[in-house]
Ligand binder design. Structure first.
Ligand SMILES: C[S@@+](CC[C@H](N)C(=O)[O-])C[C@H]1O[C@@H](n2cnc3c(N)ncnc32)[C@H](O)[C@@H]1O
Length: 219
């Protein structure tokens, strides 16, 4: 059995990504858990999670680690948040913003189990609505909004610590369907740079997420 730690808390087991479960037998999305000695690994599907897709596509820098504080915009029902929750562990915290009531209702029971997730029903375009949260190490953005880079920068200006990281998914088809996806991602990177963050790495997520990009930038 070949187990490699790709990034802190992210494991490649027989070619498939996994994170380490903190709650025994917890498989919120019906996953088949892999047990090895006292450890339990939960598969992380790159077809369901852009962060997992970015890792499978060879992103070189993945700044989330044990104890990280994350502001997550677009938490939906919590698939990717549940894995990032595993990576940051009980020492970390994730403020999970979602503005749609239906996925938020599914996020609630998940956050009751994963105590490091703080679910917040709010619009990420209005960060003043949750300005009680603390400064964070990471702003992770997956809201599939044409203005999402602007929203990301606004949230970074308000909550991201100096030298913290922005992790930004780019759904090119919701920004400009007339341009090549890579060109759209390049334009979004220019906006990120104009927002006073430096691009650290980026990649395209095909075939896991067609016409999507993933950007990692540092404040
Ligand atoms: C692609 S889904 C997120 C999937 C999730 N990040 C994952 O990987 O498991 C995008 C989510 O962003 C939410 N969203 C879109 N615009 C938003 C906004 N302005 N504020 C908060 N949530 C938003 C949508 O309701 C949707 O649930």
């Amino acid at each position: 059995m070949d187990i490699t730690e790709k990034f802190p808390g992210v494991f490649l087991i027989n070619g498939r990504l996994h994170t380490l479960n903190h709650i025994p037998s917890f498989a919120p999305f019906g996953e088949q858990l892999f047990k090895r000695k006292s450890k339990e690994f939960r598969p992380w599907d790159p077809n369901r999670s852009k962060a997992a897709a970015a890792i499978m596509k060879g992103i070189k820098y993945f700044p989330i680690e044990k104890g990280s504080k994350i502001l997550y915009l677009g938490a939906a029902h919590g698939y990717t948040p549940s894995h990032l929750s595993n990576i940051i562990g009980p020492e970390g915290v994730m403020y999970a913003i979602e503005f749609s009531d239906r996925p938020f209702q599914e996020l609630l029971p998940l956050s009751e189990k994963l105590k490091n997730i703080v679910p917040i029903l709010a619009d990420a375009r209005k960060p003043e609505l949750y300005d009680w949260i603390e400064e964070v190490d990471i702003v992770y953005v997956d809201i599939a909004d044409p203005q999402q880079t602007e929203v990301a920068i606004r949230n970074c200006n308000k909550f991201l610590k100096d030298c913290g990281y922005l992790m930004l998914t780019v759904k090119t088809q919701s920004i400009d369907i007339t341009k090549q996806p890579k060109e759209v991602v390049r334009e979004e990177m220019e906006k990120v740079t104009d927002g006073l963050l430096s691009i650290i790495d980026w990649n395209m997520l095909d075939p896991f997420e067609a016409k999507h990009g993933f950007i990692v930038a540092k404040k």
